[in-house]
Design a protein. Sequence first.
Length: 94
Amino acid sequence: MFEVTSLGAVVNSIDYTAPLAFDTESTGLYEKTRLAQFYQKGWDKVKLVEWPDELLLQQVLSKCFSVLHNAHYDFTALQQNAGNRWVPERFADT
C-alpha cells in the first residue's frame, strides 16, 4: 500500500534515528525527478511525493541515514537537477 503526500508531510513523519528507505523515479535518464518514494519501519504505507523539489529533497536526505538501491543514479540525478555536487554523509547502497 502507498499514499501520495507532500514532502513536508514526509519530513514530519521521519524518525531521524532510524534508517529511511528511499528511491526516485525520473522522466528519463538523469532527467527531472518525477517521484520520490520513502518508507520507514513502523509506517503502514510507502509515502510517495510527486514532482519533489530536488534541493529540498537533498536537505531532507542530508539529515537521515538512507538506504537505497543503486544510490549513484539517484544522487547523480539529484545533483544534475539541483545544479550542485551534493552527496549525503550517511547512506547504504544495496
